[in-house]
Design a binder for this molecule. Structure first.
Ligand SMILES: NC(=O)c1ccc[n+]([C@@H]2O[C@H](COP(=O)([O-])OP(=O)(O)OC[C@H]3O[C@@H](n4cnc5c(N)ncnc54)[C@H](OP(=O)(O)O)[C@@H]3O)[C@@H](O)[C@H]2O)c1
Length: 285
């Protein structure tokens, strides 16, 4: 039973880690989510000691360097956290017989495919963040026979590090807001990610899965839907990515198919619209 397992969570103050912590608390599971200053995944001694002292069954690696633009200026930091630290985690997991669930991104793809990306498609990242996350995936695959890697996209949940929270800030006191319409992917709610990951662990799945809400949209469509449902008067207007000066090149369209995980778990996964509405209820309650 998954409830009897001990979970160690990295990146405790991130949005996904917080959702795991709430869910594991609700189901009465034993878990530890040490703050980043006491559990730095780039510090091999700290990782080894933490695992030795707590003796988890499962490691949930929610820690990541997620600053897509900043990564272009400090690639060494991105590779240190997203790739080299994953090697450390993999080796420690192997020695201590801990099963890792790790998280990656749709940005491992170049965004040129006209259809949804599947697990069979070859990654080809076009920015440093995507490259560093791909190296992290490879670090795990090279070192371990058993693991779970979930590729997520446009993650939103508790906290301020997500697009919907940023939209609320940008819209404050504005009558109109321009949002890019030529960037397409799938908004993915942490609540649904956690539910599926715990089910996957329960069922003993192994390997790499695309884990997103269902459907796809542009950032513009998502923003418009969010404002409509939340009753925000600011008018959302479509814009092109080229109008915004950003450092990192964004892949144009990276929506991923979640069929493999749906089939493996025999579940349906709610649409991004349904997830956005549940998110609104959550932040308003
Ligand atoms: N957010 C998205 O839109 C998105 C999209 C696709 C995939 N993903 C992937 O999904 C996973 C979860 O993302 P998220 O949105 O929950 O990320 P998040 O909110 O940015 O959380 C990541 C956490 O990792 C922490 N961290 C950074 N370096 C660390 C280190 N050396 N040791 C320990 N902790 C460290 C960060 O702390 P600081 O805040 O102090 O840096 C942050 O609290 C990540 O693997 C991410 O790459 C996210």
């Amino acid at each position: 039973m998954i409830n009897d397992k001990k979970f160690l969570i990295t990146g405790a103050s991130g949005q996904l880690a917080k959702e795991f912590a709430s869910s594991l608390t609700r189901q009465g599971s034993d878990f530890l989510a040490p703050p980043e200053d006491q559990f730095d995944i780039t510090n091999a001694d700290q990782v080894r000691d933490m695992v030795k002292d707590y003796q988890p069954d499962i490691l949930l690696n929610c820690a990541a360097y997620n600053f897509v633009d900043k990564a272009e200026d400090e690639p060494e930091m991105a590779f240190k956290v997203n790739a080299r630290a994953v090697s450390i985690l993999a080796l420690v997991c192997k020695d201590a017989n801990v099963f890792p669930a790790h998280f990656s991104t749709d940005y491992v793809f170049d965004g040129k495919k006209k259809d949804l990306y599947t697990e069979e498609d070859k990654p080809n990242p076009i920015n440093i963040y995507g490259e560093s996350k791909l190296k992290g995936e490879e670090a795990l695959r090279e070192r371990l026979d058993h693991f779970l890697i979930f590729r997520l996209s446009w993650v939103f949940g508790a906290g301020r590090q997500n697009f919907l929270y940023k939209l609320l800030q940008w819209a404050e006191g504005k009558e109109t807001l321009k949002v890019v319409s030529d960037e397409v992917s799938v908004p993915t709610f942490t609540e649904d990610v956690v539910k599926m990951v715990l089910l996957a662990l329960e069922k003993g799945l192994r390997g790499t899965y695309h884990l997103t809400n269902s459907g796809k949209c542009s950032r513009y469509e998502w923003a418009k839907y969010f404002f409509d449902k939340k009753g925000i008067a600011t008018e959302v207007q479509p814009a092109f990515l080229a109008e915004f000066p950003v450092k990192a090149t964004r892949p144009a369209a990276t929506p991923m198919a979640n069929k493999r995980i749906r089939d493996a778990l025999n579940v349906s996964i709610p649409t991004w619209q349904d997830a956005t509405e549940r998110f609104i209820k959550k932040i308003e309650s």
